[in-house]
Write a protein that binds this ligand. Structure first.
Ligand code: COA
Length: 182
């Protein structure tokens, strides 16, 4: 298996949507409401990602990066400038998802490295990622990459409020070099 990391193109919306919906269902079952998870559909996510890709969202700051195993999209990461100015971190990874059977093979680290490289090239020096407080696996992943717990807030998913925790990185140049050494 040779997984390649590259920028997303218009034809990737379907594969990204599949990863998004499947990873939400396998990760968040029991953490967020079943009604919300059951309402997620490939079609609506595909439309959403197609719009994001097509409407030139991939500016010099914004990015969508995919991990491909042949024609299959195994995972993706998306982000850009931080969506919340209160965060005090310039950049943000808003989504990073990998299909369950591709997890824990180093793809997440490679996607993070590509995302950080993109932000760094765009002149963005720090970044934050928000994660559901109960998502222990993702929290261990961020901690293993040097992320520090920097905040907590509430987010509505479906009809319920959930606590999300922010993991921050201060100096992306340093992270970029460190992760690429491995
Ligand atoms: C979280 C996620 C992005 C991590 O990507 P990944 O490819 O599985 O992780 P990697 O293989 O690159 O792991 C890198 C390091 O992170 C740590 N790590 C990753 N997953 C871990 C886990 N489940 N438990 C403990 N440590 C973990 C380890 O130190 C690992 O290094 P090692 O395998 O050499 O020990 C991926 O598992 C995923 O998509 N999970 C489901 C969706 C999700 O939770 N997304 C985040 C939403 S905020």
């Amino acid at each position: 298996m040779e997984v390649k990391i590259r920028k997303a193109t218009a034809g990737d919306a379907k594969g990204i949507a599949r990863v998004h919906v499947d990873a939400w269902k396998s990760t968040y079952r029991g953490l967020v409401s079943n009604e919300y998870l059951d309402s997620l559909s490939y079609e609506s996510r595909e439309q959403m990602w197609a719009k994001v890709i097509d409407s030139n969202k991939q500016t010099s700051e914004d990015f969508i990066i995919v991990a491909c195993d042949g024609n299959e999209i195994a995972g993706f990461a998306a982000g850009g400038r931080s969506r919340d100015s209160a965060d005090k971190f310039e950049g943000e990874i808003g989504a990073i998802y990998i299909l369950e059977h591709y997890q824990r093979m180093g793809i997440g680290r490679r996607l993070m490295s590509a995302a950080v490289g993109h932000l760094f090239d765009a002149g963005i020096a720090s970044m934050i990622i928000w994660v559901l407080r109960e998502n222990n696996n993702a929290i261990r992943f961020y901690e293993s990459l040097g992320g520090k717990l920097v905040g907590t807030k509430e987010m509505k998913i479906g009809d319920r409020f959930h606590t999300i925790v922010g993991y921050g990185w201060d100096v992306l140049e340093y992270q970029f070099k460190e992760w690429n050494k491995r």
